[in-house]
Ligand binder design. Structure first.
Ligand code: TMP
Length: 204
């Protein structure tokens, strides 16, 4: 039987990476077989380079559509190379971001949401998607503390983050899948405990 596929999502600075790491530590303690992964895939492929330039807003002269396609291609390759083989071996896969990120960020940059959904239609549905929800101001504060202002202006812009947050909340209505929204303003440990509860529920 295939393993469970768990995705952790949220606006920038919401703590998806911290929560992915903690969940994997917990899985390790439970002696579960799992892999931890993330999107965009951090490899030095051409697609990766285009994505990196977009995120750093360095030489970012690509259209929202080509960026959306780059993320979608990165994702399908990621699925074929890592996610599906691990699931087929019965392992739990925990991914820090997945197509939900494309469905909130790329439309905010101008790509058509329906089309972004369409180009991601071959990407397998997760068994659970956990959105770590924090207000935009909190996201910006955390990013500034973390990067010391090195991040690009757009990602530290509360208006941008607040629109992204709303788009995440709307996904629950748009997508016919298991989406859980957890309050990310509490302590790291409390958020982690909620995530563990969800993962246990999904495993039953
Ligand atoms: P992170 O590595 O800190 O999670 O940042 C990844 C950034 O990439 C984040 O701002 C969201 C963005 N992103 C997209 O715009 N579209 C996507 O499909 C994915 C996976 C990420």
């Amino acid at each position: 039987m295939d393993g469970n596929f768990i995705v952790i999502e949220g606006i920038d600075g919401s703590g998806t990476t911290t929560q992915t790491r903690l969940l994997c530590k917990w899985l390790e303690k439970q002696n579960k077989e799992f892999i931890r992964t993330q999107e965009p895939v951090k490899e030095d492929l051409h697609i990766g380079k285009v994505i990196k330039e977009h995120l750093l807003q360095d030489n970012d002269n690509h259209s929202p559509e080509s960026i959306a396609l780059a993320f979608a291609a990165d994702r399908l390759v990621h699925l074929e190379d890592r996610i599906v083989p691990a699931l087929e071996e019965g392992k739990i896969v925990v991914s820090d971001r997945y197509y939900h990120s494309s469905m909130v960020y790329q439309p905010e940059h101008g790509a058509d949401l329906k089309w972004v959904r369409e180009i991601n239609k071959y990407a397998r549905k997760p068994d659970a998607t956990i959105i770590v929800d924090v207000p935009a101001e909190e996201s910006v504060k955390r990013q500034q503390e973390r990067d010391g202002g090195k991040s690009s202006i757009i990602f530290e812009n509360p208006e941008f983050q607040s629109k992204i947050r709303q788009r995440y909340i709307d996904l629950e209505e748009i997508l016919d899948e298991n989406i859980y929204i957890v309050d990310g303003t509490r302590s790291i440990e409390e958020v982690h405990e909620d995530i563990v509860k969800i993962v246990k529920e999904v495993e039953q």
